[in-house]
Design a binder for this molecule. Structure first.
Ligand code: AMP
Ligand code: FE
Ligand code: FE
Ligand code: ZN
Length: 289
């Protein structure tokens, strides 16, 4: 049987509905050979994920997905692979991403209040039930409190990127996010390039720019990339000596149409990613010369 992997998934620590251990067990049931946890802006779940991986005998990578911005593009995702959860320095530096979210949430509460919708921190915490508080929790609360009829209305009228109450989150720029990962020995990969919305020429310029900050990979297979496009991205990866990666972007019941392990990602990508991690130290040393 062909060995398959899934290098992009979210747990309850960010906005998924499976705990890190449940993700590992689900992957085991699906017969996957290697998986990576890539929660948004947090590595809080990776320890549990790695431990369960050992128990279940499935290869696991500790990862993260950082939201960044670049010029006219407010939401560009960078995946980082091989975070060391024992490295206190790195784990602490990652806290600034969560602080930015907290500040945004506080501002969003104030904006909603000005519009006549009272949502409190306590209510949000209860709604989030241990997850990082995000806009989906604001939306759910607004529905529960009868301010809007459904989450769609909450986003389209108020808290979506074009909504009346929208408050941007303080973010790193994409080159900053890539450098941050690279300098800490975490392999930076540009996530789901199709969702950036750049034309191919601009994407190529962007890749060339990000390579200067240490970009090492390109996510060429993803649940939102049609197969034909995957081939195009794979060619780009080879052309720019980037490791091709792939994953479903599984969020459990929060995105019920996305299944773990779909589309299929070859095991070979995992081998290449591990090799790149191994080579990164010498790449870093060479760059310092
Ligand atoms: P946050 O990280 O708190 O800014 O929230 C981002 C999350 O909100 C995304 O991961 C989506 O799950 C959700 N989201 C963003 N825009 C929309 C939208 N227009 N409709 C529904 N959900 C959305
Ligand atoms: Fe998400
Ligand atoms: Fe993403
Ligand atoms: Zn994701």
């Amino acid at each position: 049987m062909r060995k398959l992997i899934d290098l992009h998934m979210h747990s309850t620590v960010s906005d998924g509905t499976y705990t890190p251990s449940e993700l590992v067990r689900h992957a085991k049931e699906k017969g996957l050979s290697a998986i990576a946890l890539t929660d948004h802006d947090t590595a809080g779940g990776v320890k549990e994920f790695l431990e369960e991986g050992k128990k279940q005998g499935i290869e696991t990578i500790a990862g993260i997905e950082i939201s960044s911005l670049f010029e006219g593009y407010p939401e560009i995702h960078v995946l980082g692979y091989f975070i060391d959860p024992e490295n206190k320095d790195v784990m602490e530096k990652l806290n600034f991403l969560q602080d930015a979210r907290k500040v945004r949430n506080i501002k969003l509460i104030a904006r909603l209040k000005d519009l006549g919708f009272e949502v409190t921190w306590e209510e949000l915490e209860k709604e989030a039930n241990g997850q990082l508080i995000g806009r989906p929790h604001f939306a759910a609360l607004m529905v529960k409190k009868g301010f809007v009829k459904d989450t769609n209305e909450a986003f389209s009228k108020y808290i979506g990127n074009d909504g009346l109450a929208f408050v941007p989150k303080e973010k790193l720029t994409t080159p900053e996010a890539v450098s941050f990962l690279f300098e800490n020995g975490i392999v930076p990969v540009l996530a789901h390039p199709i969702l950036i919305g750049m034309n191919t020429n601009d994407l190529i310029d962007f890749i060339i720019l990000l390579k200067k900050s240490g970009l090492q990979g390109l996510e060429v297979i993803h649940s939102e990339i049609p197969e034909k496009e995957s081939r195009k991205y794979l060619e780009l990866a080879y052309r720019f000596n980037l490791v091709p990666t792939g994953g479903s972007d599984f969020h459990g019941e929060n995105k019920p149409y996305v299944k773990m392990g779909v589309p299929e990602v070859p095991y070979d990508f995992f081998i290449k990613l591990k090799e790149r991690k191994r080579d990164m130290f010498s790449i870093m040393e060479t760059r310092k010369l």
